[in-house]
Design a protein around this ligand. Structure first.
Ligand code: CO
Length: 281
């Protein structure tokens, strides 16, 4: 077994998206190969409704998948296929845009005004860019949660981990998406000194200690495993992995194709009202 080396770290950048949503972008719109098969990762944790309530009104997507994971608050969504719904705390929506959808995503906070969540974009290979759009809405209760004896909690959104398999399937990038927490508060409250200070999540050796803080992105190279140790305050992080697609990327806004011609066609389709393709079913 080999450890995956941490090959870069970065801090998410304040960004304004949609109709004026203040968020933090861990990566996206720079080198599209850097995180292949993933294109973008936005952290929209925010406690101020003024900074997010305008949301993400109607916009198109083609050629990608968007994965929305809500921790607090609600995201109301609707789309050109006629789907409507609300993502609540702990819910996940895995949207395969394929040949094209129009949708809107409108956030609202919880009773404390918190709107917390993340959106990841996964690329589609050329063979699937024009596939039929598909949604997988996954309620919090459907996501297996593993609770280890020492208080480590792992929510398995997709992929397999410790014998559990997440409910999202059929995804091109064959991804692993885990929400892992080791929180000191799970330890015996009467004995705070007894908190396990170091927790090996995978494997035997230290790897990213001291590299990560809030809104830090750590990118790993290839290998079999990573190792994470939490300090006394505990730790929570998302672990995301997928198979690289290794194809040319032509990207403009919410549309990601292989060639400039395909990109041009997408915007022509938008102008001509031919962006949404008739579906077989
Ligand atoms: Co969108």
């Amino acid at each position: 077994m080999s450890l995956r080396p941490a090959i870069s770290t970065g801090t998410a950048t304040p960004t304004i998206e949609g109709a004026g949503v203040h968020l933090h972008r861990a990566f996206g719109f720079q080198d599209p190969k850097a995180h292949d098969p993933f294109l973008l990762f936005d952290d929209f944790r925010n406690d101020n409704p003024e900074a997010y309530y305008r949301g993400f009104p109607w916009h198109p997507h083609r050629g990608i998948e968007t994965i929305t994971y809500v921790l607090n608050g609600t995201v109301d969504h609707s789309d050109s296929l006629g789907n409507t719904g609300s993502l609540k705390a702990g819910d996940v929506q895995w949207m395969t845009a394929g040949s094209g959808i129009m949708h809107q995503e409108m956030p609202s906070g919880n009773s404390m005004g918190q709107m917390h969540g993340f959106q990841l974009w996964a690329n589609l290979p050329g063979s699937l860019k024009m596939t039929s759009p598909r949604y997988q809405d996954v309620g919090a209760k459907e996501i297996p949660e593993i609770i280890d004896d020492d208080g480590t909690r792992v929510r398995v959104i997709t992929g397999s981990f410790w014998g559990q398999t997440g409910p999202v399937d059929g995804i091109a990038a064959d991804p692993l998406y885990l929400d892992i927490s080791y929180l000191a508060k799970f330890a015996d409250a009467s004995d705070p000194q007894g908190v396990l200070l170091e927790k090996e999540v995978l494997g035997q050796e230290l790897n990213i200690r001291d590299l990560s803080g809030n809104r830090t992105l750590v990118r790993f190279g290839t290998g079999d495993e990573i190792v994470v140790r939490a300090g006394p305050e505990g730790m929570r992080f998302l672990l995301v992995a997928g198979s690289p697609i290794r194809e040319p990327v032509a990207w403009h806004g919410p549309i990601v194709m292989n060639t400039q011609e395909e990109l041009h066609q997408a915007f022509t389709d938008l102008r001509n009202n031919q962006f949404i393709k008739p579906q077989d079913h």
